[in-house]
Design a binder for this molecule. Structure first.
Ligand code: TEU
Ligand code: CA
Length: 558
């Protein structure tokens, strides 16, 4: 790849907006489209190129918009289609692109297709979904749902079960059915013709189910089997068809959300000549702190740095020159990066937030910033279950504590505090006024209590803030092709404290050095960092040489 052949999305920085929690303008406690329009200049000033919106379609909100009842309507609480059109135009006027969430593994059970599907055993929409007879008194197979319990729901009306790999209100679409596929492509063409710039595709590697829907291996601590719906036999065929029927006609970007993939899978989904997707979100780097005792994400372990470096190394080198990485520490399904990988104590919050930003934004790939990350927003640290809203969190508590008595309430609350998706869904902290300037009324979910300290207004008043550091990193990416194109080489792979790597492009070499601990440590750097090396960016005011101070990050051009 050279500077002239690269695509616009390879040079871009994406900012993820979770509309429900971004800015409320009509005083109902819920963020809305007007709230996004009001902050476009803010985003432009930060320097980002693309906005990704979490779902804003009509939805009964069983899973905050990931249960869509009409793909071509905007949810009332967010506004109208003409509000959306104004947003798109206002973004484009500022040179910002806008991509939408595409949720086509499932719909809401309130979608017109499902209502018809469920009405009788022999209707034109029956095969838009998976309907099966029970296995005696039991569900058709042993698959579990991501939100707990069986992935099958019995429906009285026609006395069959339907498949839902997420909540019971999110029936899985049957991609084996060509009519369903065509309906999806029509809808995608409709949005792209409207002028949107691409899609983030929800659980897109789950759309091809294994033929015959066989039982999966039973999971530890569970009566259910793994649904084994990822990377099914026809997924690449479907994606290529989608490319042919839709994506090939536009200059749009696509990023697939793909749990359970390796770099080898990444080459298939996002390989340059594969005609599938432009890039994918992989999750190996977010799985390293999972429970080792069958509780999945519900754990309080810390991510081991050596493992993290290994995973990132595999993706950086494995895709280099053949496919394209997406780079992210957090999103609306994860804890906040600074709380998870850094240190959210008042002493180190800003320093470690900048460290994480440095480490990520100097990698090869397209970086994604999740709203609030640019001011170092932290986990919510809620202590009461009633403060949580997320269906995954609430279901997990019921299952683990109330039904199965696997963990005590305080044990599970600690795990929820560390991992709940609500950690990243608390309202955006704009200023120190009530409700953090998000809303004039009580928000749909509690504001993080640290908003008087951690907010945009305070960040913009401080030239040394996390915010200005992100702005500088984004500028650097736009100015130096090395950041976009350079080869990656991991240095000190076994060092448990320092994440150090090299980027090389043409005649240039840069070195990135990040101390992931709260200790001052000594590393012999003079053999790598030559005397003429120029310091490009650092999160300390001066250069401490071989002394790496707590959470110090620095980048040199050799
Ligand atoms: O997430 C897919 C997914 O697998 C997650 O739900 C995951 O199981 C969980 O968050 C890990 O803790 C996507 C969306 O990003 C998520 O918000 C939706 O709930 C889900 O799909 C269903 O649409
Ligand atoms: Ca509102």
């Amino acid at each position: 790849m050279t500077e002239t052949t690269i695509k616009w999305w390879q040079k871009a920085v994406v900012y993820q907006v979770y509309p429900r929690s971004f800015q409320d303008t009509n005083h109902d406690g819920i963020g809305d489209i007007q709230g996004i329009i009001d902050h476009l200049d803010y985003l432009k000033r930060l320097g980002i190129d693309v906005i990704w919106l979490n779902p804003i379609y009509q939805s009964p909100n069983d899973d905050n918009g990931y249960d869509i009842s009409d793909y071509q309507k905007i949810a009332n609480e967010f506004g109208t289609m003409s509000d959306f059109d104004r947003l798109l135009e206002a973004a484009h006027q500022r040179g910002l692109r806008l991509i939408m969430d595409l949720v086509v593994n499932h719909t809401s059970d309130e979608h017109a297709w499902f209502k018809k599907s469920r009405a009788s055993r022999d209707n034109a929409y029956r095969n838009f979904y998976f309907w099966r007879a029970g296995n005696g008194e039991k569900a058709p197979n042993n698959w579990d749902s991501a939100f707990g319990g069986s992935a099958w729901q019995y429906d009285e009306k026609t006395q069959e079960y339907y498949l839902h790999t997420f909540s019971t209100k999110q029936p899985d679409l049957n991609w084996e059915n060509p009519q369903l596929r065509q309906s999806i492509y029509d809808m995608m063409n409709w949005w792209l013709t409207k002028g949107i710039d691409g899609f983030r595709m929800d659980v897109i590697n789950q759309i091809s189910k294994r033929p015959g829907l066989p039982d999966g291996p039973v999971k530890p601590h569970s009566e259910f089997g793994d649904s084994q719906v990822t990377n099914g036999p026809r997924v690449h065929e479907f994606l290529r068809e989608m490319h042919r029927e839709v994506l090939s006609k536009y200059d749009a970007m696509t990023v697939g959300e793909t749990h359970g993939v390796t770099p080898a899978d990444g080459l298939k989904y996002a390989g340059q000549n594969r005609h599938e997707l432009d890039m994918i979100f992989e999750f190996q780097h977010l799985r390293l702190d999972n429970s080792q005792h069958g509780f999945g994400k519900w754990s309080t372990r810390k991510t081991p740095l050596v493992g993290l470096k290994q995973v990132i190394n595999e993706w950086q080198t494995g895709l280099n020159g053949q496919a394209w990485n997406s780079l992210f520490w957090n999103n609306h399904d994860t804890p906040r990066a600074v709380s998870r990988f850094g240190n959210d104590s008042p002493q180190y919050r800003e320093r470690s937030a900048k460290l994480l930003a440095t480490c990520l934004h100097l990698l090869q790939g397209t970086p994604y910033i999740y709203q609030g990350e640019e001011i170092g927003m932290t986990n919510a640290h809620f202590t009461r279950l009633t403060d949580y809203r997320d269906i995954e969190t609430l279901n997990a508590y019921q299952e683990v504590v109330t039904q199965k008595h696997q963990l005590s309430a305080p044990e599970m609350m600690a795990r929820i505090e560390a991992n709940s998706r609500d950690n990243s869904r608390t309202p955006m902290q704009w200023d120190a006024t009530e409700n953090a300037g998000f809303s004039e009324t009580t928000p749909w979910i509690r504001v993080n209590e640290n908003y008087p300290m951690v907010n945009v207004k305070a960040a913009l008043a401080d030239p040394d803030s996390v915010w200005f550091y992100y702005q500088k990193l984004i500028d650097l990416r736009h100015d130096y092709p090395l950041i976009t194109l350079g080869d990656f080489k991991l240095l000190l792979p076994d060092d448990e404290a320092v994440f150090m790597y090299e980027r090389r492009w043409q005649e240039q070499t840069w070195i990135v050095i990040c101390n992931f601990t709260d200790q001052t440590i000594d590393r012999e750097l003079t053999s790598v960092v030559t005397a003429q090396a120029r310091l490009i960016i650092s999160n300390y005011q001066d250069d401490g040489g071989n002394q790496l101070r707590p959470y110090e990050a620095k980048v040199y051009a050799l």
